[in-house]
Design a protein around this ligand. Sequence first.
Ligand code: V47
Ligand code: SF4
Length: 345
Amino acid sequence: MRMTTDEALDLFLNAPLQDLCKKANDFKEKLHGKKVFWVNNRQINYTNVCVLHCRFCAFSKIKKDNLEAYDWDLPTIHQKAKEAIEKGARELHIVGGLHPDHPFEYYVEMLSSLRSKFQAVNLKAFTAVEICHFAKKSSRTPKEILEILKQAGLDALPGGGAEILVQSVRDKICGKKETGEEWLSVHRAAHSLSIPTNATMLFGHIEKPEDRIAHLEMLRNLQDEAPGFFAFIPLVYLPQKNDLNRIVPERTSEEDILRTVAISRLFLDNFPHIKAYWIQMGIETAMKALHAGASDLDGTILEEKISHAAGASSPIGLTPSAMQELIIKEGLSPIERDAKYETYP
Ligand code: V47
Ligand code: SF4
């Protein structure tokens, strides 16, 4: 019998931490044994100029003339891609702010030029929110945008922009962003075009446990209806240099992070993977998450700006051998993957 939302909430709130983690780990082991997946990748946050100002975001700069604003040109993006590929990257994770000026064609050119120079690397690019931005700018539907980007070389969509899908909470933390329903509909469209995607949840701010479970339910329902999610990534809200800081000045506890990972693993029974995003959790907590349901450690990353703008204290990258050693030290088996979860011996 499938876990109901009431059961999930009860377990999340009341189960002893060790029992909850063990239950989630047992389920993870049923799916993947001792395997932990990791990817040699690079994040390319191509601009921080953004027309929105989500209250939790410390990364975006509204004005192009702000001294901290940047907007990398295509040669810079190519150079960053080249550096990563020379280090064996199998995935470029490309996301940025919603720039007011670039036409949609600019992003098509970004992908097609990367694809023509670097045939083998996976391009995991643009959140559902960026896809909606391109759609508005070019008077196309999100599905049409996705079709064109797929032609240009898009392999997968990252899971950002989901925040909390429950609209009442979303209105309070990022009211001007696409609605939860719109976020879901972009992922539905991507899955219908055989573009695999991920899903995230930003937690540890003003949302209640009920909102987290409702968010998971929306994801589980979409995965039933239109499968195509590979991984769920619980994103730990980081409180520095943003507008929510006055209300939520501290990062949530390690116990809350582990409970959230564990309940996600148990409730999202139709998701292949839960990621421990070490950049936000910190390495120590991410290692514990690998025993609480997480089967993926994400990547070597090399450069990351969104979480570090909000106070992440983790390093900005790990070498492939450091990643594998971390996993082995936990008594687990590292498996290298790409954005489509093709694995490499
Ligand atoms: O969409 C913004 C979040 C996301 C803060 O798909 C913040 O494989 C914490 O989506 N504190 C970007 N989080 C990261 C992301 C992601 C990361 C790793 C893997 C994948 C994947 C996706 O970061 C944004 C937003 O939800 N974010 N500000 C903050 N203060
Ligand atoms: Fe812009 Fe994304 Fe930051 Fe929101 S979270 S302000 S959309 S960069």
